[in-house]
Ligand binder design. Structure first.
Ligand code: SF4
Length: 254
């Protein structure tokens, strides 16, 4: 089904953002991810951002975005702890795909000066480190948008097993176009469109975040097994819904 066919009775009356998210989730549940992106642009153009880590699987969603609306703002969290290969990949992939509004989000100087002056917070408290370097910068940047798009997939496991295609959290509509896709779907799409891989994938990193908290995985391990290895932490906190006024301090990647 194409997004143009989304159904809604003409006399249905005004709809809240939450109701819209529920309706879109039901109607877009089984469509191609590109159609989910088109629907996101159709309903939220000018009020929509895509959040990307420019990590191991990011090229697929970014390529679809380049086909649907390449000037959509793309928010990239440059934590100050990323691999040099990720920074290079962010530049080359954005240029190759013609994405014209990639925004680099960095932690505030003041937050670092008070909370992580020696850049070693990750050794003591990874939740607090992610809060300063990921959650706060994204919270500040996302404030100006009503909806955002993520690259999360159910096959990554954990809390993502129940991921809807469209959801409503923290006052915003979130689109997860790749929720239904498996690794084989991503690989086939990347091959079909000749998309360049993140250089660390060939070195055994199927999921890539900050260098202190990312390790290669062994054969047979989960995709995200190399993230915060040896800790209970599986998410960085940017996707954790919080109560009004609460501070997100639990952790993953984008
Ligand atoms: Fe800090 Fe590690 Fe979180 Fe990066 S992933 S912000 S280094 S704790």
């Amino acid at each position: 089904m194409a997004y143009d066919n989304l159904t809604r009775p003409a006399d249905a009356g005004p709809e809240t953002a939450e109701q819209l998210a529920q309706r879109l989730d039901a109607e877009l549940r089984h469509v191609h991810p590109r159609e989910v992106l088109k629907a996101a642009v159709k309903f939220f153009d000018g009020r929509l951002a895509v959040v990307s880590s420019f990590g191991a699987e990011s090229a697929v969603l970014l390529h679809m975005l380049s086909e649907v609306k390449p000037d959509t703002p793309v928010l990239f969290l440059d934590t100050g702890m990323l691999f040099g290969q990720t920074l290079d990949y962010r530049k080359s992939l954005a240029a190759r795909l013609g994405l014209t509004d990639v925004r680099d989000l960095r932690p505030h100087y003041q937050d670092l000066a008070t909370g992580d002056p020696d850049a070693k917070l990750w050794q003591k408290d990874t939740d607090a480190c992610c809060h300063i370097r990921k959650v706060l910068p994204l919270d500040r940047a996302i404030e100006g948008f009503e909806a955002w798009v993520t690259g999360r997939k159910r096959f990554h496991g954990g809390d993502r097993l129940r991921l809807p295609v469209v959801e409503f959290t923290d006052g915003k509509v979130k689109f997860n176009p790749l929720a239904n896709w498996q690794k084989a779907d991503l690989d086939a799409y990347a091959a079909e469109h000749d998309l360049p891989a993140h250089p660390l994938v060939a070195q055994g990193f199927p999921s890539i975040g900050c260098w202190p908290c990312t390790q290669p995985v062994e054969a047979g391990e989960d995709v995200r097994a190399g993230r915060w290895k040896g800790q209970d932490k599986t998410e960085c906190g940017i996707h954790v819904a919080r109560a009004p006024g609460a501070v997100a301090n639990v952790g993953g990647d984008i």
